[in-house]
Design a protein around this ligand. Structure first.
Ligand code: NAI
Ligand code: MG
Length: 329
């Protein structure tokens, strides 16, 4: 029995989470769900985007599932603060071409490892004499820790290269340390190839040569931007899952946000949420079920029959979910 913290959030976060819960109820594993509030609706109800109670539910769970939240003006981001509270420092975002999807190429299979605890997502912005200042902290400790996570993941995936992305020609001190830490850690992994690119060039290489990458490690903001770009190479945000992993906790969520443009229509693609749950099962050591879930998603997508509008179909969130469940049981 696994105790899961379920934090649906807002908009399609709630829709894809309901779909995911429906699926988890049907598979041959036992879960208990404990619910936590977060996000815009939560702020309207409780005056905070991330109540202490939600953090506590997340901390004592075996794993956390998060949907998506709508940003609240003047308030901190609940997901950034939750990642920090759980110290889930490695944001793992796999990107691959799925059969039957209009991808830029059919041989893309890489993962972005994004530093999750510092960088420009400090949310520490202030005004000083008419200047607006945003704090961007990069430490050796966090940079070495995320590089290590990237190299270990490269080994786990049986791949051969880790690419470090930064902007050290301009951000000489902060990204200087990030790059230096990467190459220091690389010394412990002589069997793995290394390279590094400036983020602007990397944004282009991802379009021109996405098949060349195995594991990409970057700072918080760059990792976030490159993830959405990468999702766009392989069919969009409806197929982009992620895991946030620390030494004691794991939090799993789709890369996408609350998508107000399609919220309430029951047409959100549930696959990124379901693939995130598959990543959670992998984290919990349920490798077989994790693989079965990924395969079921791949099969339904490849058949091109039941798919949501973002992939060119006219099926609903629950139609797709039920088709995936049918493959699983
Ligand atoms: P978004 O990721 O919500 O949507 C971007 C585009 O992708 C939209 O056209 C949307 O319809 C589409 N899309 C996203 N997920 C989809 C899915 N599962 N199926 C089909 N289409 C999908 O990003 P946007 O519009 O920039 O932000 C909307 C809100 O979400 C904002 O309030 C933003 O702050 C928040 N946000 C929250 C995140 C989180 O909770 N982790 C992450 C990113 C944004
Ligand atoms: Mg993002």
């Amino acid at each position: 029995m696994y105790n899961l913290a379920i934090i649906s959030g807002d908009g399609i976060g709630q829709e894809v989470m309901s779909a995911c819960e429906y699926l988890l109820d049907k598979i041959d594993l036992e879960f208990s769900f404990e619910y936590g509030e977060a996000g815009f609706e939560c702020f309207n109800n409780n005056g905070t985007t991330l109540p202490e109670e939600t953090i506590n539910i997340a901390k004592k769970s075996d794993a956390v599932l998060f949907g998506a939240s709508t940003s609240t003006p003047g308030q901190p981001s609940p997901i950034i603060n939750l990642r920090k509270a759980l110290n889930v420092y490695a944001n793992i975002r796999p990107i691959k071409s799925y059969k039957g999807v209009n991808c830029i190429r059919d041989d893309i299979d890489f993962v972005i490892v994004r530093e999750n605890t510092e960088g420009l997502y400090s949310q520490n912005e202030y005004e000083d004499d008419g200047k607006m200042i945003a704090e961007r902290v990069i430490t050796r400790t966090a940079s070495e820790r995320i590089s290590k996570a990237a190299f270990n993941l490269c080994i786990k995936r049986g791949q051969s290269k880790v690419t470090c992305v930064h902007k050290s020609n301009v951000l000489k001190k902060t990204d200087g340390i990030f790059k230096e830490s990467f190459y220091k850690v690389a010394n412990d992994y002589p069997q793995i190839k290394t390279e590094d690119y400036y983020v602007d060039a990397m944004a282009m290489y991802l379009v021109t040569h996405p098949q060349n990458f195995d594991v990409i490690v970057s700072t918080n903001l760059f990792g976030d931007i490159l993830s959405d770009e990468s999702a766009g190479l392989v069919g969009g945000l409806g197929l982009a899952p992620s895991g946030n992993i620390g030494d004691h906790n794991g939090l799993f969520e789709p890369v996408h946000g609350s998508a107000p443009d399609i919220a309430g229509k029951n047409i959100a693609n549930p696959c990124s949420m379901i693939l995130s749950a598959a990543m959670m099962l992998d984290y919990l050591g349920e490798w077989e079920m994790s693989n079965d879930m990924k395969n079921a998603v791949e099969k339904v997508i490849a058949e091109c029959k039941i798919r949501t509008p973002d992939l060119g179909g006219d099926a609903s969130t629950m139609d797709v979910t039920k088709a995936i469940v049918k493959e699983l049981i």
